[in-house]
Ligand binder design. Sequence first.
Ligand code: FAD
Length: 347
Amino acid sequence: MSAVRRVQVLVVGGGQAGLAAGYYLRRAGLDFAILDAAEAPGGSWQHYWDTLRLFSPAPYSSLPGRLMPRQSGHEYPDADHVVDYLATYEKHYVLPVHRPVRVEAVEDVGQGLVARTDSGMWRARALIFATGTWARPFLPAVPGRGDFAGCQLHTAQYRSAADFAGQRVVVVGGGNSGAQIAADLTARAEVRWVTQRPPRYLPDDIDGRALFDLATLRVRADGPGIAALGDIVAVPPVRVARDAGLLSAHPMFQRLTASGPLWPDGTVWPCDAVIWRTGFRPALGPLKALGLRGPGGRIPTVGTRAARDPRIHLLGYGDWTGPASATLIGVGRTARTAVKEIQDLLR
Ligand code: FAD
């Protein structure tokens, strides 16, 4: 059996959040390792659909220390550009990323924490969990979901409109991903876009930079949430489809039938596929044995720190671990705070 490897701080997950943590751990002079289950760098950006565009220009989508270069010919870069950036980032800072190593469970051993992985054990005094949400797509319990005879997939499985050429497709869910996928499909398929509430586009001259500015205001002064402005950044493909009248949204249907969704007025829209853009849940399974969860199932945090165990920080899962912490530009701020708190704890 292989020996237990020891570090001061173990980072689980080598996507953007894990790398941002690595940047600050290196600056703090701490001994650390990053374990990543994936075969290659880039986190979940490796899996996004072909035409996805970032909602901010490249320099406003940067991790700490190193600007994302512009992508030639595109103000809003695609996912491959982000993968290249993240791969270069970890190389540039010589971050100790171990791949592929999957953490299966974390145990409390009194003086430290032990991570059991598919290739040995690691022991650390503190842990930064940065496993993202991609591994846990969420599908809602919509009546009749099992009755539908066509194809159903989550946005996590969506790659290209070409897969739906000539089909009738329902896209369920608003937000940036819903709008981008619906817009993408309009070129190849007949699309019906279904949202819980009418989509609210940000003004065309406002993009993800404004989302970050608002998040910053919230950090500093409990300012207004982004909901005050709108939900959807009108990146060029979305703008084109919207202006062509192809992106009108329908209210949520009542149930799915074998042939398609049924609305309260009794109409059914027969279709070939339903694509669910219904979100993700944090991939926190390996922390189960530590009993960190609160009554609602979520791990209560103070900033990024688990309320029940100051040795454990959660990075990048959403606003509950810091405003904009699940964005490229926002995760650096929460990573810096997490590392500072760990540094203080280990002193
Ligand atoms: P991930 O990128 O998911 O990385 C987590 C890593 O942890 C993965 O490499 C995974 O293999 C690893 N891992 C998981 N479990 C384990 C385990 N048990 N052991 C070891 N390793 C493990 N943000 C922006 O800033 N701009 C945008 O335009 C933008 N667009 C988006 C569009 C879509 C469709 C989505 C879904 C998100 C978008 N985001 C955007 C949000 C955000 O940037 C991403 O969700 C981001 O990938 C989250 O990074 P992460 O490091 O937290 O998680």
